[in-house]
Design a protein around this ligand. Structure first.
Ligand code: URA
Ligand code: SF4
Length: 210
């Protein structure tokens, strides 16, 4: 059976999951990477931030959101009044998918196959968390949580219920989709507006946490 399930130890703590994920062969993405990148943050965090997959820096450093998109996200969280220490940051896919171009590694969006294969790791993380809310960053995470019809533009900025289609232990009280920080970085001349939009959405999450 394809997928990560057989590598996920039952009842494992977050540190144990972080170790176990290094052995995962649930899809082919592990092959050309430095390491798997498990979520980071405290189990008592009230907010889960759910991204797509590690990027180049995350792959090298072994932690989520430590590259350019992560720096932008931290700044936006600050501005929205969300304490980073109250967040658990993770991704729907734990290995970096890229194509080589000379010495560069260019991000490639993971396929549905990779997202589905990797989902047992996220489900295992949720057994160790009790978040009040989840912020879904961008389309890849959105499609896993809400289904393939998910469109960021249609759902961003509204608090909704955690959908039944992706059952997790300790389902959060609400979920808020928003744009991915990488999309803000790619927005070029619209970057200011895109960034303000992200901060505005995060303020809604901040309010819901109060
Ligand atoms: N983009 C993501 O979705 N996750 C990371 O960890 C870094 C960049
Ligand atoms: Fe396993 Fe996920 Fe890595 Fe694929 S991307 S090998 S399913 S941890």
């Amino acid at each position: 059976r394809p997928g990560a399930q057989r590598w996920v130890p039952e009842g494992a703590t977050l540190p144990q999951l972080r170790e176990a994920v290094q052995e995962c062969r649930g899809c082919e993405l592990w092959q050309d990477t430095t390491q798997a990148v498990m979520g980071d943050g405290l189990p008592q965090a009230r907010l889960v931030l759910l991204g797509e997959q590690p990027g180049d820096q995350e792959d090298r450093q072994g932690k989520p959101f430590v590259g350019p998109a992560g720096r932008l996200l931290v700044q936006a969280l600050d501005e929205a009044g969300i304490d980073r220490a109250d967040t658990y940051r993770t991704n729907v896919v734990k290995h970096f998918r890229f194509r080589g171009r000379g010495k560069q590694r260019i991000h490639q969006t993971p396929n549905q196959v990779h997202v589905t294969a990797c989902a047992p790791w996220l489900a295992a993380e949720f057994t160790q968390l009790q978040p009040v809310g989840v912020v879904v960053l961008g389309g890849t995470a959105g499609k896993l949580v809400f289904g393939s019809a998910f469109r960021v533009g249609e759902m961003r900025g509204s608090l909704t219920d955690w959908p039944e289609r992706f059952p997790v232990a300790n389902a959060p009280q609400w979920v808020l989709p928003t744009t991915h920080p990488s999309a803000v970085l790619r927005a070029e001349d619209q970057r200011e507006a895109a960034y303000s939009g992200l901060v505005a959405d995060l303020r809604i999450a901040a309010e819901a946490l109060r």
